[in-house]
Design a protein around this ligand. Structure first.
Ligand SMILES: Cc1cc2nc3c(=O)[nH]c(=O)nc-3n(C[C@H](O)[C@H](O)[C@H](O)COP(=O)(O)OP(=O)(O)OC[C@H]3O[C@@H](n4cnc5c(N)ncnc54)[C@H](O)[C@@H]3O)c2cc1C
Length: 508
């Protein structure tokens, strides 16, 4: 087994304000969890740093929210998070390559990208070995390797798009080494066992470095053993805005193709159109199949993509959480933006996490000369909201008081004295809702009704990322777009080597 030097054989600090080893408890709760229904996104969520931390942070915020609603589309994408916009981005590229004309409409219940993607922690880091043993046992080693491959593919694709379009500054991209702290021997052993299993299976882990308590203290501040590897952080809403603009630009290159957006347009129902309701068919367009209902009017479309993550079960009730069922459970997360007490020269600008990933934070790049002390974006503390862990909470208009207290106590307890003030109040604090599945893996592919095991022709889904979205969503959206283009051109989809087959709705 790999060794971390100089670690005492005990929990490393007793004063950390979060309970340790909570995954098993959470899993037990999850397995017994049920709900009667899942709501639509709530209007007026708490204000997130990414949506309100800067004037004009969300230039697409209200686009298409007033005036006429588009009446017809080839593809309607429900949800303007990174999955929905990622699907539009990939469809634009693949349709152009296949010579297809596509009219694509994105419908968003709230402002553009305001729900989770615009409310998350901002980390864009592939998981290289964590969970490798569990994935191998459940799906086999080849699939465990593909889970890592998907994350590497997603992150490198996004970095390539950002860099090749010179958008690093626009999305506040910070790339470099990150560190994950171990608060206990058990957590460290768990990491090492996954690390060894992944390494033995040929996963490239050459980037991973183990640091002792003293090495971590000297390099980053906190006095805990840690593991360090390559990671990125950015302004998630700005990334999705750039992706939308690039997709729109590409659609506009093909005559007859178009991408439009309607925000403040919740979809309340999707139903099959009767033959007589399908209307006049334009020779160049795909036949309309689905009627999409919104409070602002109706849209007819050939294809519907559910990019609705936590809220997927509202339109697809067979995904409503119930014990023993493969479902999507809304889970609320909380984040603060808080100022360090020391200057940006003293605190390294890097991403970090701890306690099996329950807490995650990074220091924002300094953008303003007057800003001496960096702003830290810290999320987590769900394990401090026991007994519920925020399972089933879809209300992001309020905060959880226990999570608020724990987040305020966390950094002063983990960093050396004086780095963070115990009395410092966060500059912003918000919640967001994630979509969790029992396996923590998303559903990707055609929508399949499990009660009849029938594929619902023309409806597709990519949802259920279980809080680990940024390194997976865009890749899943790419696979989904490939499946759709293959269906539209009557071809058989060949899965890319990097895509895990156990994510597919057809293999669940
Ligand atoms: C607090 C928090 C912190 C997180 N931190 C990180 C992190 O640091 N790194 C990371 O990788 N991941 C993180 N995540 C997870 C990540 O944000 C999600 O996995 C990611 O946003 C999923 O993207 P998505 O596009 O699939 O879904 P979402 O971003 O949830 O987007 C779904 C969209 O669908 C819309 N919608 C839903 N139903 C309807 C409907 N019926 N009609 C119209 N629109 C609808 C919603 O309004 C929403 O805009 C975090 C999540 C939260 C909540």
């Amino acid at each position: 087994m790999a060794q971390i030097p100089l670690i005492p054989n005990q929990d490393f600090k007793s004063s950390i304000p979060v309970p340790l080893h909570q995954h098993i408890t959470e899993e037990r709760l999850f397995a017994a969890f049920s709900r009667d229904s899942v709501p639509l996104p709530y209007p007026n969520p708490t204000k997130a740093f990414w949506t309100h931390g800067e004037p004009d942070a969300n230039p697409l915020g209200k686009v298409g929210s007033v005036g006429n609603l588009t009446a017809n589309a080839d593809v309607v994408i429900i949800g303007s998070g990174i999955t929905g916009v990622g699907a539009a981005y990939h469809l634009a590229k693949l349709a152009q390559q296949a010579g297809l004309k596509l009219d694509v409409v994105v419908l968003e219940a709230r402002d553009f990208c305001n729900p989770p993607q615009g409310r998350n922690g901002g980390h864009l880091t592939p998981v290289l070995s964590q969970g490798f043993r569990a994935n191998s046992q459940r799906y086999g080693v080849v699939e465990a390797i593909k889970s890592v491959a998907l994350e590497n593919h997603t992150v490198s694709s996004l970095l390539h798009i950002i860099r090749s379009n010179n958008k690093e500054e626009d999305v506040d991209l910070v790339s470099g080494h990150r560190f994950d702290l171990f608060f206990s021997k058990e957590e460290e052993n768990d990491f090492l066992l996954d690390y060894d299993a992944a390494k033995m299976s040929g996963v490239n882990l050459s980037d991973i470095r183990f640091l002792s308590q003293d090495e971590t203290r000297n390099k980053y501040g906190p006095q805990f053993p840690s593991v360090s590897y390559f990671g990125n952080n950015l302004w998630p809403l700005k990334l999705v805005t750039q992706l939308f603009n690039l997709a729109k630009e590409r659609f506009s290159l093909t005559s007859g193709s178009h991408l439009s957006l309607h925000t403040q347009t919740p979809v309340t129902k999707v139903s099959l159109l009767s033959e007589s309701d399908r209307g006049e068919q334009d020779d160049n367009r795909y036949p309309r199949r689905w009627l999409i209902e919104t409070p602002r009017g109706l849209i007819r479309s050939h294809i519907v993509i559910h990019a609705t993550n936590a809220y997927a079960a509202h339109l697809l009730p067979f995904l409503i959480p119930s014990p023993g069922k493969d479902s999507i459970v809304p889970v609320r997360g909380q984040v603060i933006a808080t100022r360090a007490a020391i200057s940006s020269q003293e605190i390294i600008n890097t991403s970090s996490s701890a306690n099996d990933g329950f807490e995650y934070w990074f220091s924002r790049p300094i953008k303003n000369v007057d800003e001496d002390k960096p702003l830290i974006i810290l999320g987590g503390a769900r394990e401090a909201t026991a007994p519920g862990f925020e399972l089933g909470v879809a209300d992001d208009t309020t905060l959880n008081e226990n999570a608020s207290k724990t987040l305020r106590d966390f950094l002063p307890a983990v960093y050396p004295e004086g780095w963070f003030s115990k009395d410092q109040q966060p500059e912003m604090e918000w919640t967001g809702v994630m979509g969790f599945t029992e396996s923590r893996n998303p559903f990707v592919g055609p929508v399949i009704d499990p009660s009849t095991k029938t594929t619902i022709e023309g409806q597709y889904i990519a949802a259920g990322y279980s809080g680990h979205g940024m390194p997976r969503t865009f890749g899943c959206a790419e696979a989904l777009a490939q499946i759709i283009i293959a269906d539209l051109t009557n071809k058989t989809w060949t899965s890319p080597k990097w895509f895990p087959q156990h994510f597919l709705t057809t293999s669940r």
